[in-house]
Design a protein around this ligand. Structure first.
Ligand code: ADP
Length: 228
């Protein structure tokens, strides 16, 4: 029997009259890399944000490690996110006033770790991702690829069980895109982290263990020729 770490059943989420999710169902197994693909507007980002406990669906259920994520209070979800989840978005979303090392240390600082420990761990992660020379740079001084490396380090610094990535290479050229994706996936595999990766790029999706296709807010069967 396979072990699902994260399961979502029949999720519905609307923004005003727009139904972004219309009964989306997905199972993510522990340790796997799942690519969520589908046309623009099909609900990929909304699904990712629901699975990551950032958005709350209006109907359906989300079970993370035997817990009903959708029933937790805002503060319980925040705490769970800090300890268990890492997030990488398309444009890094680094804090512009803080040097890279402090950006990476942020999840640990917010979780109450002493600054020295948090920055030590942040430096170690930057080094591991080949970005130690960026430690003192401000986000505005980084290239897109460098900023995404820093964002990957920040997503991994607290040892998350799941890394959620929404078009993490969507704003990068091909070479930087491959580098950042390589760094993200190899670090996740080394740390046994599960990855949920939203992408519209077939090459990115091909690096995943499995592809889940969304259309009009629901998961549709993957065509046989795309199955691994
Ligand atoms: P995708 O990631 O596949 O492009 P999204 O999940 O971003 O799809 O969006 C699904 C639908 O929900 C789209 O029609 C989008 O315009 C709408 N939507 C997403 N987020 C919001 C929001 N915060 N406010 C209003 N509409 C939204």
């Amino acid at each position: 029997m396979t072990e699902s770490l994260l399961r979502a059943r029949s999720l519905r989420k609307a923004f005003g009259r727009t139904e972004a999710l219309r009964g989306a169902t997905i199972d993510v197994e522990r340790g796997e890399v799942v690519a969520v693909t589908g046309p623009s507007g099909s609900g990929k980002s909304t699904l990712l944000l629901c699975l990551a406990g950032i958005l709350r669906p209006e109907a359906g259920e989300i079970i993370y490690d035997d817990r009903r994520l959708d029933r937790l209070s805002e503060s319980e979800r925040t705490k769970l996110r800090r300890r268990h989840f890492g997030l990488v978005l398309q444009f890094g979303q680094l804090v512009p006033e803080l040097p890279a090392v402090e950006n990476v240390a942020l999840p640990l600082l917010l979780d109450g770790h002493p600054r020295r420990d948090a920055e030590g761990a942040a430096r170690a992660w930057l080094e591991r991702l080949g970005a130690d020379q960026l430690a003192t740079a401000l986000p505005g001084e980084l290239s897109g690829g460098e900023a995404q490396r820093v964002a990957v380090a920040r997503a991994l610094v607290a040892g998350p069980s799941v890394v959620f990535a929404d078009e993490p290479t969507g704003a990068l050229d091909t070479v930087s895109s491959e580098e950042v994706l390589g760094v993200l996936l190899s670090a996740a595999r080394d740390t046994d982290a599960t990855v949920v990766l939203v992408t519209h790029d077939n090459r990115v999706a091909a690096s995943a263990d499995r592809e889940v296709v969304l259309r009009d807010g629901a998961v549709v069967p993957v065509p046989a020729e795309l199955r691994p």
